[in-house]
Design a protein around this ligand. Structure first.
Ligand code: ZN
Length: 203
């Protein structure tokens, strides 16, 4: 499982980098395996990660293992938010990225992205075609770790949400495992693109 978790993070990082979620070292992925949390260091190109580059944290955020391959590597600034989603939303995998579609989606509303009657809504846990999908939007902060308090408050307010948008920044999306997190991330990106496209058409 240890090797599989490390390889899965590298695979997901390459995948989402190719989708434009992790350009210029941005974004990240974490996986929970029991009471261990695997995640990438900050400032690394996400399409070049290797399994030895990862940190292992406890659920409380203590560093259990540092990457032997990079002296001076720092834990990703996303870590406090990843740990909050694991603790409060019972996430097994969290993906953070800066896809342009998510940033445009945050321009459409002050408090939340809302959509209904699109087929891809079915890809989000607990939702059917006619249900309203709502993704809360937080205002961005100067530093990623400063998002932790508003992020935790948002999860308390919306305990069933599977994602949180950050205005003009990006998105945090999760699932009970990496398969669900990946599916929900891809479906949300599709929905952001569709809704922004419909607005562009003036419909
Ligand atoms: Zn970010």
């Amino acid at each position: 499982m240890e090797t599989a978790s490390r390889e899965r993070i590298c695979e997901l990082s390459r995948h989402f980098h190719q989708l434009g979620w992790m350009r210029g070292t941005g974004g990240g992925v974490c996986l929970r395996d029991g009471d261990r949390v695997y995640l990438a260091p900050s400032g690394r190109l996400k399409d070049e990660l290797i399994p030895d580059d990862l940190f292992v944290l406890s659920l409380a955020g203590e560093v259990l293992e540092s990457p032997p391959s990079a002296t001076g590597a720092k834990v990703s600034a996303c870590a406090p938010l990843f740990l909050a989603a694991i603790e409060q939303a019972h996430a097994g995998c969290v993906i953070h990225g800066h896809p342009v579609s998510s940033v445009l989606a945050t321009e459409l509303s002050t408090d939340a992205f809302r959509v209904r009657e699109f087929e891809m809504i079915k890809g989000i846990r607990g939702h059917g075609f006619f249900d309203e999908l709502m993704v809360p939007i937080l205002d961005n902060t100067s530093h990623e770790h400063e998002l932790e308090a508003p992020f935790r408050a948002c999860l308390r307010q919306h305990p069933n949400t599977q994602a949180v948008l950050v205005r003009r920044h990006g998105i945090y999306v999760w699932g009970e495992d990496s398969t669900e997190a990946k599916r929900q991330a891809e479906c949300l990106e599709w929905l952001f693109e569709a809704v922004v496209g419909v607005r562009r058409l003036g419909l």
